[in-house]
Design a protein. Sequence first.
Length: 154
Amino acid sequence: MASVKAWADYGESHPVRHATRRCWRKATDVASEHVQVMTDRDPDYYPRQHARITVRCSLARAPTSPFGDKVIGTNHTLPTNRAARYTGGLWVGKFLKTCTYQKVLTDEASAMIGAYGSRLCLMEGFSGHAEQANIRVRRYGGRNVGYAMPVEPN
């Protein structure tokens, strides 16, 4: 009975004649846990529409939540409370640690990135970070920049 209560409290239905831009905009606005586009058209009709889908959904002839949750989807755990606006569903990648790194290969690149970084840090009130960027501008760009002062563009 919990699903009946969930539908009564949170369920929405938005009938549209065709899966048009309005349909995709509505799906994005609602950003619910389960977005289903029920159509009598062949789902292959919609490939050019897929770019408009910014929330995940089922797109099939008469899809149901169990299709995506249990059989053809990636996982049962999907974002709720409109969280689909900024995150996807739970999948194996959520449990993997990701490590990123950056490479700055030249002195010129270090000085240029330092100049941008300095200005951004100062805009955010991080003078210590700005000074770290300024050190690179001085060292690799040969520019005389005051302590924690913004670097003027070249």
